[in-house]
Design a protein around this ligand. Structure first.
Ligand code: ADP
Ligand code: MG
Length: 190
């Protein structure tokens, strides 16, 4: 699976004023890695489209790479596809093990995964395997209430959420779309 950290989406270009609920100091502390990565703590980032979830996860990824950590950034749908292929080839366990080399795995847009499209129990396998060992940064448009559409059944949804939140930092970005705000600002100044 290819690592594709969006270029240019760094902490330098992230405007913290746009998301008052996410403090620059807190993100700067996370950007050092250390204890949260050592414990396999997860970051769960929720908010509607356009609020900067992808930008922030990518920015933290770039900062951690600069600090010497290994980070893989992927769309969740791509990773599910990758793991499903591995499972069809009876290589799921080793595919998940290979991802162990990454201290942090960014799974962008979890809510775009649909259980009807994919046998998403591979995602559950991944979450279980990394539990208390290796960190995940998950972004989603919807908080947990809507995750029943992602996992194959309610019991698996509960079990996945339980593992993810046991050691987790939750970033709620309930603000206006940055895209829309910048479009409005351009309209006003022109
Ligand atoms: P999301 O993943 O939440 O849908 P994105 O991270 O893709 O949102 O952000 C949408 C666009 O707005 C991107 O071009 C991103 O770089 C920019 N953007 C969003 N939030 C900020 C921010 N706080 N500071 C600077 N740019 C931002
Ligand atoms: Mg996004």
């Amino acid at each position: 699976i290819e690592a594709r950290l969006p270029s240019g989406k760094t902490l330098d270009t992230f405007d913290f004023a746009a998301v008052p609920m996410v403090s620059r100091a807190r993100i700067a502390a996370l950007a050092e890695g250390d204890s949260w990565l050592a414990k396999g703590t997860n970051i769960l980032c929720f908010g509607p489209p356009g609020v900067g979830k992808t930008h922030l996860s990518s920015a933290l990824g770039h900062a951690l790479i600069d600090a010497g950590y290994r980070v893989l950034f992927t769309r969740t749908t791509d990773l599910v596809q990758h793991l499903q292929t591995a499972r069809q080839e009876l290589k799921l366990a080793s595919a998940i093990e290979k991802l162990d080399k990454y201290h942090l795995l960014v799974l962008d847009d979890l809510s775009y995964v649909q259980k009807s499209q994919a046998e998403t129990s591979v995602l559950f396998e991944l979450i279980s395997a990394r539990y208390e060992r290796r960190s995940l940064f998950i972004t989603a448009n919807q908080p947990f209430g809507a995750w029943d559409s992602v996992f194959p059944d309610p019991a698996m949804t509960v079990a996945a959420i339980d593992r993810l939140v046991h050691h987790a930092i939750i970033l709620e970005m309930n603000t206006d779309s940055y895209r829309r705000k910048s479009a409005q600002a351009r309209a006003v100044t022109s």
